[in-house]
Design a protein around this ligand. Structure first.
Ligand SMILES: *Cc1c(COP(=O)(O)O)cnc(C)c1O
Length: 452
C-alpha cells in the first residue's frame, strides 16, 4: 500500500485521540465520507442539470424527472440526479429560491459572487479582517483585492459587536455595490435587519452574507437566516458547522433563468448571474463526488436531530466561555452568542496566542492563535486564541466535558506563564505528558462519527 495510507491512518488517530477546538472544523459522517470517496470523481459534468432551476423539492419527482440538462458532456443520467437533489435540499434548508452547489470552496463562492455583480474598480464594504472578517473580504494579498475596491467597517471594542454606525456612514459616503456581512472570528449575531435597511438605501447595492462559519446554526434553526431579512445572496462553506464535505455553496433569492443566456444585470436576476459566474466564469468541471457528499450532508441537516445538534453547539460554547472567564480568560464580547469565542490571552495572562496554541497542541487540544480587534501584537504572534464547539459537540460532549477542557486550558496557561517567567522548559514536561493522557482518555470515550 502507498505510504499515503499510513499517513491517513495516523491522521485518523490524531483526530480520534485529540479534541478539535478549531471553530471552522468538524467531523463528517461515514455517509458523507463514502460519497466523497466514490466513482463520481471520474465524471465531467460541466454545465448545470436544468435550464430554469428546479420547480419542486419533492425528491421522488426530481428522481423521475426527464428534463433535459445543460451539460457539455454526455452520460449525465446520474450526476443530474445528484446535483438536482443537492440543489433542492440546499434550497429547502435555507429557504432560498436557488442554490449553486458547485463552488469548490468558500473562497471560490465569494469570488464567483464578486465576479457576477461587480466591474473592476467597484466598491465592496465588508468587515475588517483584523476585527474578525475573512481574507476573501478584501485582504490585499487576494486576487479580488487587486480587482475591486474593498473598504472596511469594524467592531466596537467594548461590546465586540459590529460598528453599525460606521457601517451606515461608510455605506452612504462610498455607495458600495456590495455590502458584505460575514466573519470568521466574531461571536455576536449580526443585526441583518439593520444592514438590509442600510443596503436598500443604496442604489444597485447587493446585500451579501458570507455565513461560512454559522451556516450549520442557521440550518439548525438557532441563528437568523440573512435571506429572511432581504439579503440577496448568502455564501457559505459546507464543511464548518454545516458538517459536510470541504466545499462552497451559494444561495440566492430571485428569478432563476437559463444559465446559457446572459440576463440583464438586475438584483432580481442574481441567481442566473451567479450560475454563469461559477461556470464558466470562475471554474471548470464541478466535483460531482463532493456535490454528492454535499447532498448527503444537507439531507442530514434537514433531519430533526440536526436542530438538537445546532442548539447543543451554542449551549456548549456558552458553557465553555463562562468556564474560561471564571478561570481568568478574557473573552472578547463577554462570551459568545454562537459557536466560537475569541480570548485575549495577552490581556488575561501576558501571553501571546502562538505560545498558548503550541502548548495546548502538546496535550491534544487543537485551536488557533488569532488576532483580536486593534491587536497591539504582530499577526504571527497575536494576542488572541480562537476556539469553538462544533466538532466536540458532534462527538457528543456536553457540560462536564466543557468544564474539563476549561480546567486543562488553565493548567496549560499556568505552565506557559511559569516558562515565560524563566522556569526551565524540562520541568513541566511530565505535567504536560500527564495532561496529554487525560485528554486522550476522555477523547476515546467519544468516538468519531466515522468510527460508529
Ligand atoms: C472559511 C471561510 C471562508 C473560506 O472558505 P474556504 O473553503 O477555506 O475557501 C470564506 N469566508 C468565511 C467567512 C470563512 O470563515
Amino acid at each position: 500500500m502507498d505510504v499515503i495510507f499510513d499517513i491517513i491512518a495516523t491522521e485518523e488517530k490524531r483526530q480520534r485521540e485529540g479534541l478539535e477546538l478549531i471553530p471552522s472544523e468538524n467531523y463528517v459522517s461515514r455517509d458523507v465520507l463514502a460519497a466523497m470517496g466514490s466513482v463520481l470523481t471520474n465524471k465531467y459534468s460541466e454545465g448545470y442539470p436544468d435550464f430554469d432551476g428546479l420547480t419542486t423539492d419533492d425528491e421522488a419527482t426530481i428522481l423521475a424527472s426527464k428534463k433535459p440538462d445543460r451539460r457539455y458532456y454526455g452520460g449525465q443520467q446520474n450526476t443530474d440526479k445528484v446535483e438536482r437533489l443537492a440543489i433542492a435540499r440546499a434550497c429547502k434548508l435555507f429557504r432560498a429560491d436557488h442554490a449553486n452547489v458547485q463552488p469548490h470552496s468558500g473562497a471560490q463562492a465569494n469570488n464567483a459572487v464578486y465576479n457576477a455583480w461587480l466591474e473592476p474598480g467597484d466598491t465592496v464594504l465588508g468587515m475588517n479582517l483584523g476585527h474578525g472578517g475573512h481574507l476573501t473580504h478584501g485582504s490585499p494579498v487576494t486576487q479580488s483585492a487587486k480587482i475591486y475596491n474593498f473598504i472596511n467597517y469594524g467592531t466596537v471594542a467594548e461590546t465586540g459587536d459590529i460598528d453599525y454606525d460606521e457601517l451606515e456612514r461608510l455605506a452612504h459616503e462610498k455607495q458600495p455595490k456590495i455590502i458584505l456581512v460575514g466573519y470568521s472570528a466574531f461571536m455576536k449575531v449580526p443585526d441583518f435587519e439593520r444592514v438590509a435597511k442600510i443596503g436598500r438605501e443604496i442604489p444597485g447595492c447587493l446585500l451579501m452574507a458570507d455565513m461560512a462559519h454559522v451556516a450549520g446554526l442557521i440550518a439548525g434553526g438557532v441563528h437568523p437566516n440573512p435571506l429572511d431579512f432581504g439579503f440577496h445572496v448568502m455564501t457559505t462553506t459546507t464543511h464548518k458547522t454545516l458538517r459536510g464535505p470541504r466545499g462552497g455553496l451559494i444561495l440566492t433569492r430571485g428569478v432563476v433563468g437559463n444559465p446559457l443566456k446572459r440576463p440583464e444585470h438586475t438584483l432580481e436576476n442574481i441567481p442566473t448571474l451567479i450560475d454563469r459566474s461559477v461556470f464558466p466564469g470562475t471554474q471548470g468541471g464541478p466535483l460531482m463526488h463532493v456535490i454528492a457528499a454535499k447532498a448527503v450532508a444537507f439531507g442530514e441537516a434537514l433531519a430533526p436531530e440536526f436542530q438538537t445538534y445546532a442548539a447543543k453547539i451554542v449551549e456548549n460554547a456558552k458553557t465553555l466561555a463562562a468556564a474560561l472567564m471564571e478561570r481568568g480568560f478574557y473573552c472578547i464580547g463577554g462570551g459568545t452568542e454562537n459557536h466560537l469565542m475569541l480570548v485575549d490571552v495577552y490581556k488575561s495572562f501576558g501571553l501571546d496566542g502562538k505560545v498558548v496554541e503550541r502548548t495546548l497542541d502538546e496535550i491534544g487540544l487543537t485551536l488557533n492563535a488569532n488576532a483580536i480587534p486593534n491587536d497591539t501584537l504582530p499577526p504571527f504572534k497575536p494576542s488572541g486564541i480562537r476556539l469553538g464547539t462544533p466538532a466536540i459537540t458532534t462527538r457528543g460532549m456536553g457540560e462536564a466535558e466543557m468544564l474539563r477542557i476549561a480546567d486543562w486550558m488553565k493548567q496549560v496557561v499556568d505552565i506557559c506563564v511559569r516558562r515565560r517567567d524563566g522556569e526551565d522548559i524540562e520541568i513541566a514536561k511530565p505535567e504536560l505528558a500527564r495532561l496529554r493522557e487525560e485528554v486522550r482518555e476522555m477523547a476515546l470515550q467519544f468516538p468519531l462519527p466515522s468510527d460508529k
